[in-house]
Design a protein around this ligand. Structure first.
Ligand code: COS
Length: 382
């Protein structure tokens, strides 16, 4: 049986997230896009209404929401401001390895505090020489007695510098390559954790992206996630789950652009009539609406598979890739419909277009998503 209807609880969650996005995020989006400040006030309010840590299981004090519930909320938050949403989503990205691979003790110690007070966490995989080739990381972790000593650096780290907790991937057995990577839970403020330059980004300017350095950073051995050498699988299993919410972010951005374009073209009169009445315009709007709907269905399908505990790597990659491509195409087309107005900062469209771009890049470029999809679709070649 296929059922596309949302239940009453999901409708209420969607409505609540939408109202939050409309009242708290949208009015502040331009300000945080222009400035250097981090939207701590909005994050605090999001926490107060239960929109942060909502995917942490109930037994650790979280909302215990399903993956489908989470992507429904994600679309609304990204519709409000995808930069702010990125801070929230990146935090979920970092909770996921703990939820999936943490011991009971680790879950209690590191998840529960995030359900008690506002806070963010950060997933630290990417390095200057290891982006798409995530298995090539050089950060090293050496076991010395009851602790690991970590040295190296990370780049393009979302929530870097504003997080209370970091999941750091480092090599415990360099000679083993990918199979030597391990994952560590690192509390913010750990001596040796040095926050580097905050990046000056084209979009998602409400989220913090920074470089991190580990200088003889000591981490207790009990902060190892899973076992030594499991790190790459932990990262991949995590990304299998967290890429669909990026797709949901794409749907939110695309939907926002489509709505602005509809509103504008219905009131903008040229050659004696609203430009929405010209077939060129209406066909473009129809195309955008089709793509937004198709992207949402891919996102919901991936989340539905996750909720059933089924394999979802390919579907999550499809949702991420298609959702972010739709965000890019829709914002470009929608901006064109607004003409010169779309290009001006007085209108929200140019921000949406700048924001869309990063969705095609982070949590694995769309080329990597196509690689993940192709490997599974084609299968082994003899
Ligand atoms: N789930 C579990 N295990 C997985 C997995 C998955 N989804 N994908 C790969 N693995 C395992 C493989 O089974 C293999 O294990 P064994 O060594 O035991 O056989 C190991 O991981 C290596 O896999 P693979 O050979 O496929 O690795 P590659 O280096 O060829 O490529 C890609 C893996 C390209 C898919 C990976 O590096 C990737 O996703 N890169 C993008 C990274 C990224 O998204 N960065 C964003 C930063 S986080 S915001």
């Amino acid at each position: 049986m296929i059922d596309f209807s949302l239940n009453e609880e999901q409708k209420a969650l969607q409505q609540m997230a939408h109202e939050f996005a409309e009242k708290e995020m949208r009015p502040r989006a331009a300000e945080y896009d222009k400035g250097e400040a981090h939207p701590d006030d909005v994050i605090k309010k999001a926490f107060e209404v239960g929109l942060i840590s909502c995917d942490i299981p109930e037994e650790y004090g979280g909302g215990g929401l399903s993956h489908l519930d989470t992507v429904i909320i994600s679309e609304e938050l990204a519709w409000g401001c995808v930069g702010m949403y990125t801070s929230i989503m990146a935090s979920s990205l970092a909770f996921t390895p703990i939820i999936l691979f943490g011991t009971e003790e680790q879950k209690k110690k590191y998840l529960i505090p995030f359900t008690e007070k506002p806070g963010l966490s950060s997933f630290c995989l990417t390095e200057r020489e290891a982006g798409s080739d995530a298995g090539a990381i050089k950060t090293k972790a050496e076991k010395k007695g009851s602790e690991y000593v970590i040295n190296g650096s990370k780049c393009f780290i979302t929530n870097g510098g504003v997080a209370d907790l970091y999941i750091v991937f480092a090599n415990t057995r360099q000679e083993k390559g990918i199979r030597g990577i391990s994952a560590f839970i690192v509390p913010g403020g750990t001596p040796g954790l040095v926050i580097g330059k905050k990046e000056d980004k084209m979009g998602h300017r409400a989220s913090n992206t920074a470089e991190l350095f580990f200088e003889d950073m000591k981490v207790p051995a009990e902060n190892l996630l899973g076992s030594e050498g499991m790190g790459f699988k932990i990262a991949m299993r995590t990304l299998d789950q967290t890429r669909a919410p990026v797709g949901a972010g794409g749907v939110g951005v695309a939907r926002a652009a489509l709505e602005h374009a509809i509103e504008f073209t219905k009131t903008r009169v040229q050659f004696g009539k609203p430009i929405a009445l010209f077939q060129n315009t209406s066909f473009k709007l129809a195309q955008m609406a089709m793509e937004v709907n198709a992207a949402r269905h891919l996102v919901w399908h991936a989340a539905w598979l996750m909720d059933r505990g089924e394999k979802c790597g390919k579907e999550s990659a499809m949702a991420k890739c298609f959702g972010s491509d739709v965000a890019m195409r829709t914002t470009v087309e929608a901006l064109q419909l607004l003409g010169g107005y779309g290009y001006m900062k007085d209108y929200p469209m140019e921000k949406l277009m700048r924001d869309a771009k990063l969705l095609q890049i982070y949590e694995g470029t769309n080329e990597i998503q196509r690689l993940v999809i192709a490997r599974e679709v084609i299968g082994p070649i003899k």
